[in-house]
Design a protein around this ligand. Sequence first.
Ligand code: SF4
Length: 332
Amino acid sequence: MSEYLVDIQNERLSFFTPAGEVKSLNDVSLTVREGEVLGIVGESGSGKSVTAYSLMGLTAHPGRLIGGDLYFNGHHINVMTEREMRKMRGNEVSIIFQDPMTSLNPVYTVGNQIMEAILLHTDKNKKQAHERAKELLQLVGINEPEKRLKQYPHELSGGMRQRVMIAIALACEPKLLIADEPTTALDVTIQAQILELMTELKKKLGMAIILITHDLGVVAGMCDRIAVMYAGKVVETGTTDDIFYHPSHEYTKGLLQSVPNLNDQEHKKLVPIEGQPVDMLNPPAGCPFAPRCHSCMKICLKAMPEYTDLGNDHHSACWLLDKAKFEKEVQA
Ligand code: SF4
């Protein structure tokens, strides 16, 4: 059995569309320890959400897992039946999405929706579920829970709706919470409150979190480790400090240069990553970032680099690291 709560090994997943095979995940490996917060960062289409959803057996048609092994909390996901998956979802792993308005049912009260999750995943009766729903609302920082339970989603603010979604996700006390761009649809001040709430809940409940985002600012304050994804590949993983202060992949460096940093000297120009994302129907043979990389070498176009172990659980797949290692060895 894996020592990790989540252990994804060499996952390959494709969508078989009329236009051809879209290789959405290409040899993705990731781990999450119990109680750890892993941020998965990358642009749209990089495979962040597909990776997390496949762990819950929620790959949308026409997607199919075509290689690798996925383990979660002692389960071998590849061989589980849909029934076993359903039991696992909601009991051991929960998810919150970007837009709470589309996730909540507009014709049921907040109370109905939280109680439904409790009744489905625990052996509580209706009265106990009502009490638990109130507790959960308090846990996520919603005042006057009795009143809120009777309200409909449209009567709540965006931030409050996301708190309700978190309450529903916590109904079964999951070991893992997957948060897919949980703050993208919210105002900046509300974003900060939701991130703070998630950090508090993680400390209180000890669950692990996979935080999926395109926003490096979101992962900075909250994550223990970060995986940077590009075109269906994890190109770099490391502790949050290593990714922010010692980035080693050219894409990670590009991402960091394209966002403002409060510690920078004044007037430092932001540098966008030029070029277009990879056409996943025809991905390049070598490093997927090669067409946009200023340091691209001949070998980058031909072959995908292996991961270089940079110590302290920091890994990066870039030929420049091999080159540096080779030059060091020649000089020695
Ligand atoms: S492997 Fe080559 S193309 Fe890819 S990031 Fe490194 S230098 Fe750039």
